[in-house]
Design a protein around this ligand. Structure first.
Ligand SMILES: *Cc1c(COP(=O)(O)O)cnc(C)c1O
Length: 410
């Protein structure tokens, strides 16, 4: 990799490309000033030829690294056969994809979609229809209990129950039927749950909120409350799932099985959006033809890439890498506590690092890391979210941690 530092190159293409984005693109993101042109494994290269370690991995969409050879081969092979049929016809990838994903997750049935938000929307629709048809909740009275500081996507219904004012304000009128309880507080769920409750929807670990791990008895208590009140437990594993925490599903750490799981991000192998709701037969089974759908959901290319992702996960290798490298990551980041860092949270190769007062703000820290060749991003004002690809080698992981220590240690 040739390396011309951007600040020495007065004709940097990066500046021109950023200016185009600023001028013609919507300003709904505030990216770091790095313009990526190529990537491989845990590394990306910018338009000026400079290499960076990717410590964010597309918020876990790139669990298997950039340009993963097996995933690219599966996509390429499928590109040469058939990419889209619409769901008006069957195709030869859909049935195998659904069976393999059900087997991987220990569930009965699969509803394929595209984006994560669509999977969550689909789970909400399933829970409501199930509540009316099976549980017997009077029409239009179903409630879904959610957690504060949640992140489930950006649709109008989902932002209706967001507690993040940036995500929610001025997008009303809002969808009703959601009750917000503090994350980690099973007593609050106990107080809110009733015969009208269709479901409790939670992230087993809240990624966007700063990789927040709930108390150990939270998910088990939610499971018992749902059982006692005939409500569904829905685990949004879009970011926490598919080996990120060292288990195929993060809820397994707490010994909890949900009735529905939403999956996304890594399910598309970092190649294309692939999401799904997986779960109980009697819940996903409520949908009849015409009641829900998507032109691209379950398309042949998505299914072929998804199947290759499932093959990788079936080996258990990535879950194990996450556990081993994660233990190392947490041990090393833990050494920074009291030295510029107040707290390190997370499981497996996933960490939220709370920067101490007097240190750089999250944004400044992300910028300083990028200048030193490590890409990660703040989530919340003073939290760095660290989620390298699970394929990263230990030397590269150490290189990134060294850089984080350089920027944060006091
Ligand atoms: C990213 C994310 C979503 C939304 O997924 P999109 O593909 O961006 O729509 C939903 N839930 C969780 C937990 C996520 O991390």
């Amino acid at each position: 990799m040739t390396s011309v530092p951007a600040h020495l190159d007065t004709t940097s293409r990066a500046d021109e490309l950023i200016a185009l984005d600023e001028r013609y693109g919507a300003h709904n993101y505030h990216p770091l000033p790095v313009v990526i042109a190529e990537a491989s494994g845990a590394w990306v290269t910018d338009v000026d030829g400079r290499g960076y370690l990717d410590f964010l991995a597309g918020y876990s969409a790139l669990n298997f690294g950039h340009q993963n050879p097996e995933l690219v081969a599966a996509a390429t092979e499928q590109l040469g056969r058939v990419t889209l049929t619409s769901r008006a016809f069957h195709h030869d990838q859909l049935g195998p994809f659904c069976r393999e994903l059900a087997e991987l997750t220990g569930t009965d049935r699969v509803l394929p979609m595209n984006s994560g938000a669509e999977a969550v929307e689909s789970a909400i629709k399933l829970a409501r229809k199930w509540a009316y048809r099976i549980k017997g909740v009077p029409e239009n009275q179903a409630e879904i209990i959610v957690a504060g500081s949640n992140f489930h996507g950006r649709t109008t219904t989902i932002v209706s129950f967001s507690t993040d004012e940036d995500a929610r304000a001025e997008f009303g009128p809002y969808t009703t039927g959601f009750t917000v309880t503090p994350y980690g507080d099973a007593d609050a769920v106990e107080a809110a749950i009733s015969e009208r409750t269709a479901a409790v929807l939670v992230e087993p670990i809240q990624g966007e909120a700063g990789v927040v791990v709930p108390p150990a008895d939270y998910l088990p208590r939610l499971r018992r409350l749902c059982d006692a009140h005939g409500a569904l437990l829905i685990a949004d594993e879009i970011q926490s799932g598919l080996a990120r925490t060292g288990e195929t599903l993060a809820s397994a750490h707490d010994g909890v099985r949900a009735d529905l799981y939403t999956l996304g991000k890594a399910l598309g192998g970092g190649i294309l959006p692939v999401s799904a709701v997986v779960g109980r037969d009697d819940v996903i089974g409520v949908l009849q033809p015409g009641q829900h759908g998507s032109t691209f959901g379950g398309n042949p290319l998505a299914c072929a890439v998804g199947r290759a992702v499932i093959r990788l996960l079936s080996t258990g290798e990535y879950q194990q890498r996450s556990r081993e490298l994660g233990a190392h990551l947490h041990a090393r980041l833990g050494e920074l506590i009291g030295r510029g860092v107040t707290e390190v949270r997370g499981r497996g190769l996933w960490a939220g690092v709370e920067i101490a007062e007097g240190g750089p703000a999250g944004r400044q820290a992300s910028e300083a890391l990028a200048e030193r060749g490590v890409l990660c991003k703040e989530t919340q004002a003073n939290t760095l979210r660290i989620a390298p690809p699970l394929t990263i080698c230990r030397d590269d992981l150490d290189k990134g941690i060294d850089t984080i220590a350089e920027v944060l240690a006091r």
